[in-house]
Ligand binder design. Structure first.
Ligand SMILES: N[C@@H](CCC(=O)N[C@@H](CS)C(=O)NCC(=O)O)C(=O)O
Length: 195
């Protein structure tokens, strides 16, 4: 299986961490999002990564679908156990929303370095702050290792990478300690975002 990805995408990182944890080999194909390859556009008409190309040539997107597929391949371990399925998918949705807001923030600054929209950025800052505070207060729900904890770890680490002012030291002490511990996993170390 081939994963079309970039080294900075938190969505792709979720899928990579899932595969590493379940010992499922993925061939990583790096994409240039400024010059999308015919392979990417054929695999995902939206032109977004991650996209997963299966051995029979079929493709899957977006990251929640890819993560479900990877989890279905073996049960060592099961990362979306059926008893917690909707709670886990809800956490994933929250984490993906955090990624969306952080990506939007980053793109606004890159595309409009001199005349970015401060109200828009402030709105995204507030949005991210509310989600981080929610994670801080509900951290106990992430005690089990699952797609929920993987998603939140990838999202918060992406904030640290792109918008560290939103998660400065001491702002969310429980969440920060949790992430520091979670980040020692080999799967997280192997997938650190790279400039
Ligand atoms: N909901 C999608 C979001 C994927 C996404 O936004 N990927 C970004 C990179 S981090 C992308 O491909 N952007 C290129 C574009 O939108 O043209 C998922 O979970 O996979």
């Amino acid at each position: 299986m081939q994963l079309l990805y970039t080294k900075r995408s938190p969505y792709a990182r979720k899928a990579q961490v899932m595969a590493l944890e379940k010992n499922i080999p993925l061939e990583l194909i790096e994409e240039d999002l400024l010059k999308k390859s015919p392979t990417l556009l054929a695999a995902n008409p939206l032109g977004k990564i991650p996209a997963l190309i299966l051995d029979d040539g079929q493709s899957l997107f977006d990251s929640p679908v890819i993560c479900e597929y990877i989890d279905s391949l073996n049960n060592a371990p099961i990362l979306i156990p059926s008893a917690q399925r909707f709670a886990i998918l809800r956490w994933q949705a929250l984490a993906d929303g955090l990624m969306d807001a952080t990506v939007a923030m980053y793109l606004e600054k890159v595309r409009h370095p001199l005349d970015f929209n401060p109200k828009y950025l402030q709105h995204l800052d507030i949005n991210c702050g509310l989600v981080l505070q929610y994670c801080e207060e509900h951290l106990a729900e992430l005690a089990d290792f699952s797609l929920a904890s993987i998603s939140v770890a990838c999202a918060v680490d992406y904030i640290n990478f792109r918008a560290p002012h939103l998660n400065a030291e001491g702002m969310y002490p429980k969440l920060q300690a949790w992430l520091a511990d979670f980040s020692t996993r080999a799967s997280m170390q192997e997938t650190l975002p790279v400039m």
